[in-house]
Write a protein that binds this ligand. Structure first.
Ligand code: ATP
Length: 389
């Protein structure tokens, strides 16, 4: 096992593309770190540099305290699992898992023991004599993982290992991966563009955009305190709502009403580099159904009424959609985020997505009252994208 340290690691391809920009990252021994971000943000390139499959243009990579920039992949004692699990079709599951050990000329008794142990961990014992053609997609992916763990490497690198599986299997395999990492306690770096995987799997999440690290933190910390519009919009599903807000006379004026500003926020808004026109961000579950919180002391906030466009019931709770005229926020980072994620709804701003408990009576076509608590809002600088709250 080993820690993995990236010190200003940069990748510049021959055509001049800078895929990874001066990334600093310290991954502790035994830690499970997720790299997440939209397509093309440099996740795979970063992982490939750690694996030794891509050269590092500048910066330093250390594994277990050793500089490994110039070491061949096989000298790095790292195992990689890809999205497409290339198993040998004419070998059994046992032979597939044993293969890396055979290559390393390990004795047969040790191979047998290690293969059996790995198979047990991945619940593959019953399938050891089958060939890949007779396995389900999830089972094949477990064999690919078996082949990685059998070597007891210093670290695992996984590049979207579950993205070829259907939704249900992906959920099952998520728990397999999480359990595996906990049981083995091996350092793991895991690439995904699926923010649910990012939120549920890792100890820490690294959000990348355009090859640069946007934020590193525990999943909940990223969710609660996103550093900028990009992270705020990327982490969380459905996405955070973004509305235009302007500061005037100690109030925040928004299309859903005027919010009183507390002393702390007032001070922050008065800073010289903070513009009067801002972007307000609110997560869907932070809007409250005013009928359900009637009479409760909720602190400062604003109540507004809007006609329900659509209700989607999820059983435990429901998504309620509203249209708020004139709510559109504008910010370069918001446009970039919408383009990156294909979620252009966030640009129109007037589409509000709200998450209410199942007992909410919100009904399509009917007006409904909504409460927005002041302490749940985020305010972003539209020029820099930075979260001011
Ligand atoms: P995805 O989620 O789509 O797999 P990613 O985040 O893993 O994307 P990378 O594959 O690391 O992104 O690519 C990062 C950037 O580097 C992209 O702009 C990509 O086009 C570019 N890139 C990747 N490989 C090369 C290459 N061999 N030559 C030039 N540019 C490349």
């Amino acid at each position: 096992m080993a820690d993995v340290v990236l010190d200003k690691v940069t990748k510049r391809f021959d055509d001049g593309t800078i895929a990874v920009k001066e990334v600093d990252l310290q991954i502790a021994d035994g830690e499970f770190v997720i790299l997440v971000g939209p397509s093309g943000c440099g996740k795979s390139t970063l992982l490939n540099m750690i694996a030794g499959l891509e050269d590092i243009s500048s910066g330093e990579l250390r594994i277990g305290g050793q500089r490994v920039n110039d070491r061949e992949p096989r000298e790095r004692d790292i195992a990689m699992v890809f999205q497409s699990y290339a198993l040998y079709p004419n070998m059994t599951v046992r032979e597939n898992i044993a293969f890396p050990l055979k290559l390393a000329k390990i004795d047969k008794a040790t191979i047998d023991k290690r293969v059996n142990d790995s198979a047990k961990l991945l619940e593959l014992t019953e399938l050891l004599d089958r060939r890949p053609a007779n396995l389900s997609g999830g089972q094949r992916q477990r064999v690919a993982m078996g082949r990685a763990i059998v070597r007891s490497p210093q670290a695992f690198l996984m590049d979207e290992p579950l993205s070829n599986l259907d939704a249900k299997l992906r959920v099952q395999m998520r728990t397999v991966v999480a359990r595996l990492q906990k049981q083995l306690g091996t350092t793991m770096v895991y690439v995904t563009h699926d923010q649910t995987e990012a939120m549920t799997l890792g100890d820490r999440v690294v959000v990348l955009r355009g090859g640069a690290v946007q934020q590193v933190g525990k999943p909940q910390a990223l969710y609660d305190n996103p550093t900028n519009i990009f992270v705020a919009g990327f982490i969380g599903s459905p996405s955070m709502n973004f509305l235009h807000a302007s500061v005037a006379d100690g109030m925040l004026r928004t299309a859903v009403g005027d919010l009183p500003v507390g002393r702390r926020m007032q001070k922050m808004l008065e800073a010289p580099d903070v513009p009067d026109e801002l972007v307000m961000g609110v997560r869907p579950e932070h809007f409250l159904d005013a009928d359900l919180v009637e009479g409760q002391d909720l602190g400062p906030g604003v109540q507004f009424e809007s006609t329900v466009d659509l209700v989607e019931s999820l059983g435990s709770d429901k998504f309620v959609y509203f249209t708020i005229e004139g709510a559109s926020a504008s910010a370069a980072e918001l446009e970039e985020l919408a383009a990156d994620t294909g979620d252009t709804a966030m640009l129109s701003g007037s589409n509000l997505t709200v998450r209410f408990p199942a007992e909410s009576t919100a009904t399509a076509g009917q007006p409904h009252r909504i409460w927005l608590p002041l302490n749940r809002i985020h305010l972003f600088n539209p020029a820099t994208g930075r979260n001011l709250t």
